[in-house]
Design a protein around this ligand. Structure first.
Ligand code: NAD
Length: 238
């Protein structure tokens, strides 16, 4: 399996990577839908509801209690999956990383071209004056974080009910459309419209590396059921 993957990468001219929460589980950040994921832990209000635009607007303080506790993970470090993808970009193999993650670990690992479809916990902005704040500012705040101008601060994260950023979506779409190999990994492919993006792929090799089965396995040229860090980490990057 790994040999096949290495051969595909060696022979490709333009590889694009599309990933999700499963890429960061080996860094200690839980995903949403695995058995030990956030959606299977017990909360009074389901996480999908807490992470919605409506809940943010109506229950901002409760939103931030959850957000500080579960979504900001500044202690996390890039794992072998993030690191190998950065190396593969450096040696000219990977053209872009498209991620549904909001943790910033790809950039921390050294990847330069990263399209964050769902935004980032590292960017937070005042809804009144537009000033930006980092994640540490949010962690240090209590209750609803406020700007000096009095405005409420909102994470630059795409909440449920909110559209994706147009420019990021279009750039990611273009990268997928012009890739000859698309590696999809660490995603259940159930969060739309992000998950639907892989339909734009017209290249030769669709590779799926995921712990569990996904709806796209049947379309892939190569399916590896395993941990992203172990599989990607074992690749050569030269
Ligand atoms: P998901 O939770 O729906 O699915 C995760 C998938 O990754 C599962 O199919 C699981 O089998 C697989 N997986 C888990 N660990 C793996 C590993 N080590 N190697 C390979 N596969 C592994 O995640 P999703 O599809 O990305 O959708 C969830 C949404 O949640 C995304 O929109 C994302 O924004 C958000 N989210 C982000 C983070 C983060 O930034 N780290 C964490 C949790 C959720």
């Amino acid at each position: 399996m790994l040999k096949n993957l290495q051969k595909i990468i060696d022979e490709s001219k333009s590889v694009v990577f599309f990933g999700g929460a499963g890429i960061s589980t080996e860094s200690g950040i839980p995903d949403f839908r695995s058995v030990d994921g956030l959606y299977n832990q017990k909360y009074d209000v389901p996480p999908e509801k807490i992470l919605s635009h409506t809940y943010f607007m109506e229950e901002t303080e409760k939103f931030y209690d959850f957000y500080r506790d579960k979504m900001i993970a500044l202690w996390a470090k890039p794992n072998p999956a993030h690191l190998k993808l950065a190396e593969l970009e450096k040696c000219g193999k990977i053209r872009a990383v498209i991620t549904q993650n909001i943790d910033g670990l790809h950039q921390q690992a050294g990847s330069k071209i990263v399209y964050e479809l769902h935004g980032s916990v590292h960017r937070n902005y005042c809804m009144k004056c537009g000033r930006f704040f980092d994640a540490q500012f949010i962690l240090n705040s209590t209750g609803v974080p406020k700007c000096q101008c009095g405005g409420t601060i909102k994470p630059d994260v795409v909440l449920y009910e909110e559209p994706l950023d147009d420019k990021t979506f279009t750039s990611a779409e273009r990268a997928i459309m012009t890739a000859d190999t698309l590696i999809v990994s660490g995603t259940s492919l159930t969060v739309y419209p992000a998950a639907g993006m892989i339909r734009y792929f017209q290249g030769d090799n669709l590779v799926l590396i995921n712990r569990d089965e996904t709806p796209a396995d049947k379309y892939a040229n190569l399916v590896i059921h395993g941990k992203a860090g172990e599989v990607l980490g074992a690749l050569r990057a030269d």
